[in-house]
Design a protein around this ligand. Sequence first.
Ligand SMILES: Nc1ncnc2c1ncn2[C@@H]1O[C@H](COP(=O)(O)OP(=O)(O)OP(=O)(O)O)[C@@H](O)[C@H]1O
Ligand SMILES: [Mg+2]
Length: 299
Amino acid sequence: MKLRAVYPLIIGFVFVPAGFLLTVGILMLVLGKAARDYVFGGVILGLVVTTILGTAAVLVVLSREARVARLQTDFVNKVSHDLRTPLTSIRMFVETMQMGRLPDPARQAEALSIIAAETTRLSGLINRLLDWARMESGKRSYQLEPVAVSDVLDDALAALEPLLLQEPAEVSCRVTPGLPPVRADRAALADALTNLLHNAHKYTGARKRIAVSATRQGGIVTISVADNGPGIALPDQKRIFDKFYRAKDPLDRTIEGSGLGLAMVQHIVEAHGGRVTVQSTPGEGATFSIHLPVAGSTP
Ligand SMILES: Nc1ncnc2c1ncn2[C@@H]1O[C@H](COP(=O)(O)OP(=O)(O)OP(=O)(O)O)[C@@H](O)[C@H]1O
Ligand SMILES: [Mg+2]
């Protein structure tokens, strides 16, 4: 359990009763005897109310922690599985080659390219876990400076290219002319946007259409990624930004993922003084938007 989660309990059980008793003590010293009965009555009522509210707070904190713990256990099981699967196939291919059972150079080349792809997948997963660990422990630092939105979009769209080679999609990008720079860490913001683009690509079925746009309303620049995928059910929309959370849709479960992408996007965007939102009508795609303050404006 994180120390921050205990703060409401300390406030509810220590500071509120202590402040309450202190006030009562002062009142009893100041008031006459008859008024003290009222004060005693008030003390008892106050303590009962504090106990009820405190118990409710404990229940809320504990159930939230229990949910995170459950997701964490699922996640560890899933990650162990995700790490074991590529390792098994790498070991299998290497052993087969060591035993000389793949004499054909074409089959050897095929096996090597599978080994290379599995290794890339493994290191991608491990990098993601390390990145998240750095964010959670507050060790991820950001170099914020004025950055052109179009540069960030170029970086993120370039990172989408390898996926487009595997499965093509119609990608459009519309940037309002004369958009002011935002105060950002270019690499981190491009990472956040890449996560949204990857989601738009992987959760959308055939005939993928991804529309990226950047607009401005007053002191806020909004970068949006819209897709024509299955969309997200309303109850899931509230939870998909939680770490490890993956929507319950059985189709989503067949798609590889660790449930960390959107939690990372939210972490990065909030470190930039911005926020990330989702709009979706199930069956009609989803639009994720990153809202950031214009460089030089106060958020
Ligand atoms: N564009 C989208 N369309 C439909 N569902 C989405 C979309 N983006 C995210 N989701 C849902 O939100 C969940 C959480 O997404 P998130 O990016 O955090 O994790 P992930 O994609 O499962 O794994 P990771 O990004 O860590 O590889 C996904 O499992 C999916 O169910
Ligand atoms: Mg994702």
